[in-house]
Design a protein around this ligand. Structure first.
Ligand code: C2E
Ligand code: MG
Length: 887
């Protein structure tokens, strides 16, 4: 057990010794004897840094000597006095003495050095190592080692001094130098162009490393280096040679080169390193062809020395050299390391690269023209020594970074092809996504627009715009049927639609029409296309007449199938009017004319009992005529083209004139003489009938007034009143005004109202309204006559409700009574009924004596007709009246 513990302790001890640093030192000490060196911190030559490491030119030199002496140095930091005491006491072997005043290691020891010590001069700028006077062999060994080092590498000490020479000297200008600067505040200067970031011009101002150094010099010396811009290096050199300028800032440090340009040069202040530029895609051959810029100093000084003449190709400038490598004419070229990146990027030579290895270097000085005062050279030398080399390094770095920061998209893509590809792909995807989104949006928008333009809202059925657009294609698709005359356009118009909409509500009405339309079009496949008007007032259809049916029969089928409309689940009977127009078998198609013609055919049957109107060419002529009438009607009224004819009403028993009806005629200079059946229905449609009626009424009133004034015989005259008056605003007021103006005897003027005027007056309020109107008219003194009695359906209702004075039985009753016994019975009863209601009963349209006799037998006392008198111009009528009054 004890022996195990012993082994364990021993192992731990051994491990501790092995791992401890002293163990390693001891091992080193064992190989190389240790010498102990005392020093005090001396910036630049010997000091201990923050990480307890040693620095300085003297420190490095001492370490190099130690390696030659095969000794190991350890260091103790203390004051010089302490160190000397320890040196003499034997606890130090060497003491460092800074700031050695001697320049030659062989010179005798000056009296200012500490006594009882021997001196090892490290060299100027390094200082001394002191040994105790008892140890001359140590000093000799060290001096010997220094000699060996200087022999082996004479530049070594100066490289150490350069390395630690971080701070510039004081400027220390003499009075004479200061006076010179005061007298010459502006120095004419030039710098090389076009070598960013080393030296270049921007907007006529110098830029880059050299420009920054110029600023520094100007600042330090308090003068202006006025830089005169130059295009080429060659012309700049010419100005220097000619003595036109005082100073060239960037000049190869070469005295011969300077002499050749009549100049002297300062100390170098900058080192330019040159790197090789190669192609990425081509490995360097054993004997590469080198592109070199002929006018450059370094070409002859370096390149021509490095390569045999057969490998050299000469170009005008660096840019040409780069291009030559890029296009494969040469394998390599050399450029300044600080311009390499910029040269490659600026020329867009992304296939070129530099490995960064410095191939050769040269120094840069300032060149002062021989024409300038040599004192300038001395001043600039002091300035160069004054500038901290670290500052120059900073200037170079900042300029290099600045240029590299200027990146182009092209260079970015070249350097980051994958990322660029990804970004491009991403961008492309984004554009595609946006495009898709946009197209989708547009599609949706277009669809919505199209929908708006082509479909009837709420019911989702194509509208008339769509139908008109579609019609030519559809007709073209059925060209064979067209040739056979089987295609026709049909318009179907539900009757009393305003009432229906009102009664069921617009939405229910719309839905019912939609369902019916869909059902009918589904049932008859020969309805090829259809479209509904936006207000759901009518629908157009393109139909192919089924074999065996006429146009009219086809239309009847549609009408019949549409008749029962289910409204709110209740089958309801609808009535329609249909207009048809055959698609011409050949020739050009005018779609809107086709549709207009169908509508015209339908309009022709308005107010008639027919449900189907078929277009014929007369209708078209009529339409043209209507348009002309509308064009002239206002003028005609003004010009008195409307003439009034009077047709006598007479007593059937006495055959004396007992009244007259005013009937209008239009004597148009443009359209000729027209009877009312040519224009009244048009005027009823366009509202002009209102004006015309007032005109007729006033003319009649004026006539009567005039005759009364002249004491001439008069009879009651009736004027026809259009149904439009009933809903005319201000009708009663206008009539009152007329009544007041003419002040005619009561009932001398009779107003003929047709029962159709009151046909829609079914509701209580409407009835009351009609009653109101008739009562008011009567109170104004007008007699009221019920015209065309027995042609409508509501005659009896009218009789019941309205206090009319005259019943004018329509000619159709007379004709029918002539033919048919039952009709005769009805006629007799109607006459009787009228008389029982205290109305004067009149039958119009008596053309034959037989008819006259029939009426007399039926108890009718008053008649109107061609048998007795045609409508006559007023003078003729009154002449006839006066005649008939003669006994
Ligand atoms: P209406 O009020 O029924 O007028 C009677 C029409 O019957 C007149 O036709 C008259 O010439 C015609 N007539 C008279 N006797 C006979 C006959 O024996 N046989 C036949 N076949 N016809 C006969 P007219 O003058 O062509 O007038 C036609 C219609 O024009 C009138 O029918 C009336 O509704 C309308 N009208 C005429 N003048 C005016 C007017 O100033 N204002 C309005 N609103 N309508 C008018
Ligand atoms: Mg009449």
């Amino acid at each position: 057990m004890r022996s195990w513990i012993r082994i364990y302790l021993f192992a731990i001890m051994a491990l501790t010794i092995f791992l401890s640093p002293t163990a390693q030192a001891q091992e080193t000490d064992f190989l190389r004897p240790v010498l102990r060196v005392g020093f005090d911190d001396t910036p630049g030559t010997f000091w201990q840094g923050s990480k307890l490491l040693y620095h300085g030119a003297a420190y490095e030199f001492a370490e190099s000597i130690a390696t030659y002496e095969n000794v190991h140095l350890t260091y103790t930091r203390s004051s010089l006095e302490d160190n000397l005491l320890r040196l003499h006491a034997g606890s130090l072997d060497l003491v460092y003495l800074p700031n050695a005043p001697l320049t030659d290691i062989h010179l005798p020891t000056p009296s200012t050095l500490p006594p009882h010590t021997l001196y090892i001069p490290l060299g100027e700028g390094f200082g001394w190592l002191l040994v105790d006077e008892s140890r001359p062999e140590l000093r000799d060994r060290f001096i010997e080692a220094i000699k060996v080092i200087r022999n082996v590498n004479p530049l070594y000490p100066s490289s150490l001094l350069e390395k630690y020479h971080v701070k510039g000297n004081d400027l220390n200008l003499t009075a004479e130098e200061k006076a010179y600067l005061a007298a010459h505040p502006v120095i004419r200067t030039m710098v090389s162009p076009r070598q960013p970031p080393y030296t270049y011009f921007q907007d006529g101002e110098p830029q880059g490393v050299i420009a920054d150094i110029i600023k520094r010099v100007e600042n330090d010396l308090g003068i202006t280096l006025k830089v005169i811009p130059e295009e080429t290096q060659h012309t700049m050199m010419q100005h220097l040679t000619d003595g036109d300028i005082d100073l060239v800032m960037d000049f190869y440090t070469d005295h011969n080169w300077a002499k050749a340009h009549n100049a002297t040069i300062t100390f170098p202040y900058l080192t330019l390193n040159y790197v090789s530029v190669l192609r990425k895609d081509k490995s360097l051959p054993e004997n590469p062809t080198v592109a070199c810029a002929r006018p450059h100093f370094y070409t002859q000084d370096y390149i021509e020395r490095l390569f045999p003449p057969e490998q050299l190709r000469y170009y005008t400038d660096v840019a040409d050299c780069m291009a030559a490598v890029n296009n494969g004419e040469a394998d390599m070229t050399f450029v300044k390391s600080i311009t390499a990146q910029s040269d490659i990027f600026r020329g867009n030579y992304y296939n070129l690269y530099t490995n960064g290895n410095v191939v050769f270097s040269h120094k840069v000085s300032m060149a002062i023209s021989d024409a300038a005062d040599p004192i300038l050279l001395r001043i600039l030398n002091k300035e160069i020594a004054h500038i901290d080399p670290q500052d120059i390094t900073s200037i170079v770095n900042s300029q290099v970074y600045r240029v590299q920061a200027k990146d182009t998209l092209q260079s970015f893509i070249y350097r980051n092809p994958f990322m660029a590809l990804c970004m491009l792909g991403g961008l492309l995807l984004l554009i595609i996504a946006w495009l898709l989104y946009y197209l989708n949006l547009r599609h949706r928008h277009n669809t919505a627009l199209w929908q708006q333009a082509n479909v009837v809202e709420n019911v989702n059925i194509y509208n008339l715009h769509w139908f008109a657009n579609e019609l030519p294609n559809a007709i073209a698709n059925y060209s064979e049927s067209r040739k056979k005359g089987e295609l026709f356009v049909l318009v179907i118009v539900p009757q009393r639609m305003a009432f229906l909409k009102e009664a069921y509500g617009p939405q229910t009405y719309a839905e019912s029409i939609k369902t019916t339309l869909e059902a009918v079009t589904k049932r008859f496949p020969w309805i090829l296309r259809y479209g509904l008007s936006a207000e759901i007032t009518h629908a157009y259809m393109l139909c192919q007449r089924p074999t065996g049916l006429t146009l009219r029969q086809s239309a009847e089928q549609i009408e019949k199938a549409s008749r029962i409309v289910v409204v709110n689940g209740i089958p309801t009977s609808f009535s329609y009017q249909l207009g048809l127009c055959l698609v011409p078998r050949q020739g050009n198609l005018d779609v809107s004319l086709l549709m207009d013609n169908a509508m015209m055919a339908r309009n022709e049957i308005i107010g008639k009992t027919q449900t189907i109107g078929i277009f014929n060419t007369n209708m078209h002529d009529e339409m043209i005529k209507h348009q002309q009438m509308e064009l002239y009607m206002e003028k005609a009224l003004e010009m008195g083209e409307f003439q009034i004819h009077l047709q006598a009403k007479y007593d059937l028993n006495t055959r004396k004139i007992c009244g007259a009806e005013a009937l209008v005629r239009w004597q148009s200079p443009e359209l000729g003489f027209m009877m009312p059946n040519h224009f009244i229905s048009l005027f009823e449609r366009n509202g002009f009938a209102l004006k015309l009626d007032y005109y007729v009424l006033e003319t009649v009133c004026a006539l009567l007034q005039e005759r009364i004034k002249q004491k001439l015989p008069v009879v009651p005259i009736s004027v026809n009143q259009s149904g439009l008056h009933i809903s005319e605003r201000g009708y009663l007021a206008n009539m009152q005004a007329i009544a007041d103006r003419y002040q005619l005897p009561r009932k001398l003027v009779e107003l003929e109202l047709t029962e159709t005027v009151f046909i829609d007056f079914n509701t209580k309020t409407e009835n009351e309204n009609a009653l109101q109107i008739t009562r008011r008219l009567k109170s104004m003194g007008f007699a009221l006559s019920m015209d065309d009695f027995c042609t409508g359906y509501s005659s009896i209702a009218m009789l019941r409700n309205l206090p009319m004075d005259v019943m004018k039985i329509d000619r159709s009753m007379l004709l029918s009574a002539e033919q048919n016994e039952r009709s005769l019975v009805i006629l007799k009863q109607v006459i009787k009924m009228g008389q029982s209601l205290n109305m004067r009963v009149l039958v119009e349209g008596i053309e034959t004596e037989a008819q006259e006799r029939l009426l007399q037998a039926a108890g009718c006392h008053i008649g109107q007709g061609f048998l007795f008198a045609h409508p006559l111009p007023t003078e003729q009528f009154f002449a006839k009246l006066e005649d008939s009054l003669k006994p």
